[in-house]
Design a protein around this ligand. Structure first.
Ligand code: ADP
Ligand code: MG
Length: 459
């Protein structure tokens, strides 16, 4: 049994909160859940999230080029967490061999909540930044039209007209298409790396269709298929089924389950070694770990990466809450003691992506109590728990009854950038995602606390 708070975190999976078909039933379709109305979002916080996104793009990219920082920051984590260790091994392999492709494409999404602690006025606080498989741009771009329609039917045309369009698909595809162009072979394709059964396939298809409109050819393959049928030629060009790959865009590969056999790891290494432009490359993937997020909060670290831009440092730091290493030693001991005494004020996070992994409340006390005297505690970090502002909305979910619910929203902003050698040739804030979930989760089951798609109604 999961605790309530565990379920609370599960709903923020990067997969949509659909009524889940069995994984073998790939033909089963369910609509993506959404709110009946747009949720209110303070204009000030929305703009702040957009303004800081280019700073985050730059920061993520700079960290990805600092192998010493990555090595030092991830050493203890890699010892305690095998998945991080395996990603890290791929990283050191390609570093030793020499990086074949100097062009990098980044598509990330920085997620925020509107924190009500300790002030009455909400502040923008980062939950995390996703540097691999940052999803939902496609579906999020469709919701404004739905909400405008609802508002018009309700007889509120002025309010309907206020609902912003979402340029997430356009921005991300601009980045992918530019990277494809820079690769310089008009016959080459963009490779979407996907799961065997993608619950979120329509979100991916929205990007794919936009790329086709730009005359960029897209192919979809699983990692396993790259192992089976992928090849590197003498110039490290990557081919699969006769297609040269210009851009390898990962929509899988962030969770241990995505590497269900050794062959998947071999495929990841092959892609990383290749001339294909990776989105993300392995270094940028590692920058998105919770451990790196925690290290960024340390004094002087942001300044080290952005020495000439104190204003950017300030904008970024304003979005941080407390994050703490719990590596063995007095620093870790001290924060563990605090968290055990007051578990409601912290979140315990392992190095996992995709939702449902974080530990809250009483379960935090139990898990932390169990690992506090073991080296395995380095696999986790602690984070201050954000207490978000509550809003009301109706959630429309397949099979669930519709009732007015108390909810919290999470705003994501997409960032897109391209680096060619040492220079950023593109750096965009590229659209947003609003996800909403119930604050009540006592009733249990899938319908409890499920996140759904939403749009911001700026106030
Ligand atoms: P994942 O990589 O699994 O998506 P996140 O860090 O985004 O991990 O956390 C998943 C969910 O847990 C978030 O969407 C949010 O609902 C909740 N959460 C994470 N961190 C915090 C926090 N510091 N305070 C409150 N809720 C949090
Ligand atoms: Mg998340």
């Amino acid at each position: 049994m999961h605790s309530n708070s565990r379920m609370h975190s599960q709903v923020h999976s990067r997969l949509p909160s659909l009524s889940v078909p069995k994984r073998t039933e790939s033909e089963t379709i369910s609509y993506a859940p959404f709110t009946l109305f747009p949720s209110p979002v303070p204009t000030r916080l929305f703009n702040q999230a957009f303004e800081v996104q280019q700073d985050f793009n730059l920061l993520v990219d700079k960290i990805s080029m600092d192998s010493e920082f990555l090595k030092n920051s991830l050493a203890s984590t890699a010892e305690a967490d095998e998945f991080t260790a395996r990603l890290f091994n791929i990283y050191t392999r390609v570093l030793d061999e020499g990086i074949a492709q100097p062009i990098t494409l980044g598509v990330n999404r920085s997620d925020y909540m509107f924190d009500k602690r300790p002030k009455l006025t909400a502040t923008l606080k980062q939950v995390e930044i996703n540097t691999i498989a940052a999803s939902y741009a496609g579906l999020a771009a469709r919701v404004p039209e739905v909400h405008r329609q609802v508002m018009n039917v309700w007889g509120k045309p002025d309010e309907a007209a206020k609902i912003m369009s979402n340029k997430a698909v356009k921005g991300i595809c601009k980045g992918i298409a530019r990277a494809w162009h820079l690769y310089g072979s008009s016959d080459a394709a963009v490779l979407f790396l996907v799961e065997k059964f993608s619950r979120n396939i329509f979100d991916q298809r929205c990007l794919e269709m936009e790329l086709w409109k730009k005359n960029v050819r897209v192919i979809r393959r699983q990692m396993y298929e790259i192992y089976e049928r992928g090849t590197l030629d003498d110039n490290k060009k990557l081919f699969v089924d006769g297609n040269e790959v210009a851009v390898a865009y990962f929509r899988t590969g962030y969770s241990p389950d995505d590497y269900f056999s050794e062959e998947c790891w071999i495929a990841r290494l092959m892609i990383e070694r290749s001339m294909a432009i990776k989105c993300p490359n392995i270094a940028t993937h590692l920058v998105g770990t919770k451990k790196i997020q925690q290290e960024l909060v340390r004094e002087g670290v942001l300044e080290k990466f952005l020495p000439e831009d104190p204003a950017a440092v300030e904008r970024i730091r304003a979005t941080f809450v407390g994050l703490y290493s719990i590596d063995e030693g007095p620093e870790g001991d001290e924060i563990i003691a605090k968290a055990l005494a007051d578990p409601e004020s912290y979140v315990l996070k392992p190095q996992r992506e995709g939702g449902g992994n974080n530990i809250f409340g009483e379960e935090l006390r139990q898990v932390l109590g169990g690992i506090k005297d073991k080296a395995s505690r380095s696999a986790y970090i602690l984070m201050d728990r954000i207490k978000p502002q509550v809003v009301k909305n109706y959630l429309l979910q397949s099979g669930a009854s519709v009732k007015l619910s108390e909810c919290v929203v999470e705003l994501g902003v997409f960032g897109v950038y391209i680096r060619n050698c040492n220079r950023l040739s593109m750096n965009l804030s590229a659209g947003h995602l609003l996800r909403t979930k119930r604050t009540e989760f006592a009733d249990g089951g899938v319908s409890a606390g499920v996140a759904v798609l939403d749009t911001p109604y700026l106030i």
